[in-house]
Design a protein. Structure first.
Ligand SMILES: [Zn+2]
Length: 145
């Protein structure tokens, strides 16, 4: 444990907690999701607590049934399910490598990992999650145009 040390030089990515909005130091948190939630929602019981929290308007507008990835301190919201310790996803190559690794998981397509990546790459984003330590060129923004 290194305590609340700032990110070390050479790290490409900062992890920002979705609960307290503070940086997550190595050993203090994870990027995680609960893939089993995806299969549970396809079952006949569903997730009543989740659905009852949406209004009909919200459900008609943009129902997003995907499993959402979380980036949190262990003390703010303990990681459960599939987790990647923040210290294992501190560089762009690590992020890319995890992406390739996750693509081999049968449940991967039912998660919002693509949103996590796109938000990391968006220099205008103010969302917590995985943030670049330094803003880079925006040449990649023409992908898919
Ligand atoms: Zn936190």
């Amino acid at each position: 444990m290194t305590g609340e040390t700032p990110p070390a030089a050479g790290q490409d990515l900062l992890a920002v907690c979705q609960i307290c909005l503070q940086l997550i130091a190595d050993g203090d948190g994870a990027v995680w999701c609960r893939p089993e939630a995806a299969t549970a929602e396809r079952g006949d019981r569903g997730d009543q607590e989740t659905w009852s929290s949406f209004t009909l308007e919200e459900m008609l507008a943009a129902p997003d049934e995907r499993v959402h990835w979380r980036v949190t301190h262990e003390r703010c919201e303990p990681a459960t399910g599939y987790l990647i310790a923040v210290e294992r996803i501190r560089t762009w190559p690590a992020y890319l490598h995890w992406t390739a690794h996750l693509m081999g998981k049968g449940w991967f397509a039912s998660t919002n990992w693509d949103d996590l990546i796109l938000d990391t790459l968006d220099p205008t984003s103010t969302q917590p999650g995985l943030r670049p330590a330094t803003v880079r060129d925006l040449g990649h923004r023409s992908v898919g145009d």
